[in-house]
Design a protein around this ligand. Structure first.
Ligand code: GCW
Length: 991
């Protein structure tokens, strides 16, 4: 059976009825031609997608800022027809029926007064919305001037959220429900839905990977806060209601009178979108900027200082949300200096904020980073519970303890923090990282929603009862009034998060904080529809699959089995550096030695951390036999030969997961390649380049971890891969001119631990060459043929080295990538896994006995450091995506495996289907033509069947091109001519 992509048939049906009511025409609404950073560049693109046609006359009942924003947003979606009279010229009879009437926006109270017949509920809560359609007897065509759409909010912000929900509805799974369950109502699961930004006043951002701050520059708030307003709009669209704008390694000067005035401007900029300003404060501020001798939380002068300061803040910012506090952590001052507790410090601030309705988010990220590494009982993971559990019940009502999702620090995979179950009389919020500090820093694709979802759904079994974390933080489990989620976002001036696909994480954070019952797949689909391509089944299923596979892939090629990320924990937190976790007080230990690996955190023989969970969970983690494989080494120290539930030994799992993870990263490149031509080209190229980089860096990770554990354990890889790299030619084995052999630190970050550095460049003999260069030259002893050459080198800064591929001493410059510059922006100035990078040169013809070499021009600190080259037959290179001979509106999936399948199977088939882009309806009767690439006359033709399917059988191995064309009828009276180049989605699969 040919494999037919299935997303088409199912999803879109749900929305059809509703769409018919609102969608009376396909319009392309031109977007705002914006060069500034705007929310439209994220998921709020009301461009080239089916707009939601509410009645064009939009009436807000109140005149608040938020209702004005709500109206503006609805009108944005309508584009050029916004505000026009649908009964006037330019509108067809059908449009009049669909878009006449009124859209009314207001709070529940306002609606009740103005429209007594509308059954708006009496119990709408804060931020809640209620959307009501009708009464109109003709759901299909609409009722012209009698159309009525009401968007009511429990408060003003609820009205805004209602508008965003309505605008999102064509992309959400909830759409069908809107019509069936008219009126449609939704409220947030938890009141605190904040983002934290770790922005410093100088404009830098701690752990930010998207350029400089949108809030600060040079010690002050920026003059241009337009991006801040746009950011708030983006946040509001997914229900985020608070934004803490400064780093938790707080800058006390921000509390002085001058800076507070500046900060009030940020609050003003975000206010129209219902996002309230919060600030991180330094608990030592009374001493640092208030000239008091102490910051002891129990000192009356300190108390007065904070009260006065808070009053000053509220005089400027009446809706100020509150403070975030990081104290007694990573060198920050804290109450422990005076023998006081976090409760003393939190309550001090809480009491000052309470009269104004403000809250304190006190972070449980408090630990000693000078732990004794030799002490087998010492354990950073225990810290939050040990410190905060005894204080349960001692915190003021407006204190919320902000707890990182895991007990260590945003690693690739951690267990849930046990503290969630350890605070029953205290408000709690879960802190997650949207910025990908330990998860690839946005250069790697890692969709984090599945990780967060795992934590949210984790059942703590408090008192032996079902107690999922999501219910604890929502406040329902222990009847706490305030709780929530906080995401460390660290957006910057570079397209918010730097990487286009990383924005799915910001989106998912907001959606989960609103409704933690949503699935990561659902959220991904919504986001893809709104951001990448609207309701295109192939695009949605391809990108969703990539997103869903991305976290497991990253975990596999970094730190599987609960070992944590295995990155450079004392440096960039980016590339591999396994031993950086050990022998120091930071406590991110994995305790790998020659016999085994893992931290013993059991009660019986280890640190006792497992005992911090409620008994039913503790029991699971206490024994290696019941601990899930994915967390085994977080809880247990086991020999490398220990057998996992999967049947593999630990060491074999380490080897294999790294090869599988890296292969998956390579697969992302191929998956994405199938979308070329069907999505926005600049977006396509930007993501393609990132994915190619990631595929190369995943190999760096793979090789570092595998060679490290291979050497340490001395146990061979059952599959023979560890230590064997077919086609690899080490730089240190080459004939070198000017290059010097160096040791790389850590050794595992270079193949064989060594590289060559161009420390003594020479003026070459080559004609025309003027710049000093270094060369590394190898003799090719393999067979004659077409090869791809991967060059692994270290891209250092400052400086932009140049590289050339030379054959038999000659450089040929062509389109194949034989010349390139090392201009990437990567961490670390020294050769390191952080900056090890792979450049691929395709289709190089090599003859036996020839020489091939790399010539390099160093530049400043970039000494063109070379690790190795790898020569792989062109056809077999799994990291290569060949330039497809196919184009013109069809997608070929997985071209490489096609090629391989072709060779193995006699008489292969090409099969696929055609569906209408926007709704996915199968298209029957399209003419499908099969060509040899480059030919104008088809080899054969066929027509799509009832299901839109077609099939060509008995084909010889090779590449083909397919073209489809036809006319399709859609809806009742709409005729849509499909342009096969743009609209028909063909998925071709060979079996
Ligand atoms: O993950 C660690 C980061 C620090 C950060 C700290 C925290 C702002 O490496 O950069 O400090 O967490 O959460 O406070």
């Amino acid at each position: 059976m040919p494999q037919i992509t299935s997303a088409a048939a199912e999803r879109p049906g749900k929305v059809k009825t509703l769409l018919r009511k609102f969608v009376v025409a396909f319009l392309l609404i031109s977007g705002l031609a914006a060069s500034a950073q705007t929310a439209d560049q994220a998921w709020l693109k009301y461009v080239k997608r089916i707009p939601v046609f509410t009645p064009l006359a939009v009436h807000p009942l109140g005149n608040s800022l938020l209702e004005q924003s709500a109206v503006k947003e609805l009108n944005r979606n309508l584009g050029s027809i916004a505000g026009r009279d649908a009964s006037g010229p330019g509108f067809s009879a059908r449009a009049r029926m669909g878009m006449g009437g009124q859209t009314i926006i207001g709070t529940a109270d306002e609606i009740r007064k103005a429209l007594p017949d509308v059954p708006v509920p009496r119990d709408l809560g804060p931020d809640e919305y209620w959307i009501y359609i009708g009464p109109c007897s003709d759901h299909f065509n609409g009722c012209g001037e009698h159309n009525l759409v009401v968007i009511a909010g429990g408060d003003e912000r609820g009205t805004l959220y209602g508008v965003f929900a309505l605008l999102r509805f064509p992309a959400t799974a909830e759409i069908g429900e809107l019509h069936r369950e008219n009126p449609w109502r939704s409220r947030p699961a938890m009141p605190i839905r904040w983002v934290d930004e770790w922005d410093n006043p100088d404009g830098s951002i701690e752990r930010g990977y998207a350029g400089r701050s949108i809030f600060f520059e040079g010690g002050n708030v920026r003059v241009d806060l337009a991006p801040v307003t746009e950011y708030a709009r983006l946040l509001a669209s997914v229900g985020i209601n608070g934004c803490n704008v400064n780093n938790v390694n707080a800058a006390p000067q921000l509390l002085d009178a001058n800076h507070l005035k500046q900060l009030a401007r940020i609050a003003d900029a975000m206010r129209p979108w219902g996002v309230h300003l919060a600030l991180s404060v330094d608990i030592a501020s009374p001493q640092k900027i208030g000239s008091l001798k102490t910051y002891d939380p129990l000192d009356p002068a300190v108390r007065t200082w904070w009260k006065t300061k808070v009053n000053e803040i509220y005089a400027l910012i009446p809706d100020f949300a509150g403070f975030t506090v990081k104290a007694d952590s990573e060198g920050q001052p804290g109450p422990s200096s005076y023998g006081r507790t976090p409760a003393d410090a939190a309550n001090l601030l809480a009491n000052a904020l309470a009269p104004h309705g403000g809250v304190v988010l006190y972070r449980a990220f408090v630990y000693n980073h000078h732990l004794d590494w030799r002490d087998p009982k010492a354990d950073r993971a225990r810290a939050a519970y040990d410190i905060f559990h005894p204080l349960d019940g001692k915190f003021a009502a407006n204190v919320i303890i902000q707890i990182k999702e895991g007990p260590i620090d945003f690693q690739a995979h951690e267990p849930v923090s046990p503290l969630f179950a350890g605070l029953r009389q205290t408000n709690q919020a879960m802190e997650v990282q949207i910025t990908q500090e330990y998860t690839g820093q946005q250069r790697h694709l890692v969709y984090l929603a599945p990780m967060w979802k795992q934590v949210l759904d984790f059942d703590m079994r408090v008192d032996g009862q079902s107690t999922p974390v999501k219910e604890i933080i929502a406040g329902t489990s222990f009847h706490r009034p305030r709780g929530g989620m906080v995401g460390v976002a660290n957006v910057g001036r570079d397209a918010w998060l730097g990487s286009p696909l990383a924005l799915a994480n910001l989106y998912a954070f907001g959606r989960l904080a609103w409704n933690p019952d949503l699935t990561p797949e659902q959220i991904a689909d919504e986001w893809i529809w709104q951001t990448i391509k609207f309701r295109d089944p192939v695009v949605v299923s391809t990108v969703e699959k990539m997103l869903m596979q991305s976290w497991p892939a990253y975990e596999s090629y970094t730190g599987p089995l609960g070992m944590q990320t295995l990155t450079d924990i004392t440096g960039s937190h980016y590339g591999p550096n396994i031993e950086s976790s050990e022998n120091n007080g930071w406590g991110q230990w994995h305790r790998a030695d020659k016999d085994g690996v893992g931290m013993d955190r059991t009660v019986a023989t280890g640190t006792g951390f497992a005992g911090q969970y409620p008994p039913q969970v503790a029991m699971i983690y206490e024994s290696a036999a019941t601990t899930p494989d994915e967390l085994l080494l977080f809880f247990h120290h086991v020999p490398y030969t220990y057998r996992l539930h999967s049947g593999k030994t630990v060491i074999q799992h380490i080897y294999e997961s790294h090869y599988e993870g890296a292969a998956q990263a390579a697969q992302f490149v191929r998956d994405w390649a199938t979308l070329e031509g069907s999505i926005d080209q600049p977006l396509y190229e930007q993501v393609r380049d990132r994915l190619r980089y990631q595929a190369g860096h995943a190999i760096v990770w793979r090789d570092a971890i595998v060679q490290y554990f291979f050497k340490l354990s001395g146990i061979p890889d059952e599959q023979g891969r560890a230590g064997h790299y077919p086609g690899r030619l080490e730089a240190e084995d080459a004939r070198l001119t000017g290059y010097k052999i160096i040791d790389v630190t850590p050794w595992e970050d270079a193949s064989g631990g060594k590289a060559v550095s161009c420390d003594d460049p020479q003026i070459p003999n080559r004609k025309g060459a003027t710049k000093p260069i270094c060369t590394a030259e190898w003799k090719w002893t393999g067979e004659e043929g077409m090869y791809n050459i991967a060059v692994q080198y270290f891209d250092l800064h400052p400086g932009t080295a140049k590289f050339f591929l030379a054959q038999n001493g000659r450089i040929e410059l062509g389109p194949l990538g034989q010349m390139w510059t090392a201009d990437a922006e990567l961490p670390s100035p020294q050769p390191h896994g952080d900056n090890s990078i792979r450049h691929l040169i395709r289709n190089v013809w090599l003859t036996a006995g020839q020489t091939m070499g790399i010539e390099a021009e160093p530049d400043r600190n970039d000494r063109a450091v070379l690790d190795y080259i790898e020569v792989v037959p062109a056809k077999r290179d799994p990291y290569l995506v060949p330039d497809l001979p196919c184009s013109e509106g069809q997608q070929v999936q997985d071209p490489v495996s096609h090629q391989e399948t072709y060779e193995e199977i006699a008489g292969p088939e090409l099969a696929g289907w055609a569906g209408e882009t926007n709704v996915g309806t199968p298209i029957e009767g399209m003419l499908v033509e099969l060509f040899h690439p480059g030919d104008k006359t088809p080899i054969t033709t066929t027509h799509t069947n009832e299901e839109g399917g077609f099939r060509f059988t008995g084909l010889a191995p090779g590449h083909y091109r397919i073209k489809a064309s036809g006319v399709v009828e859609y809806g009742v009276d709409e005729i849509v001519r499909l342009d096969p180049a743009a609209k028909a989605q063909l998925c071709l699969v060979v079996e």
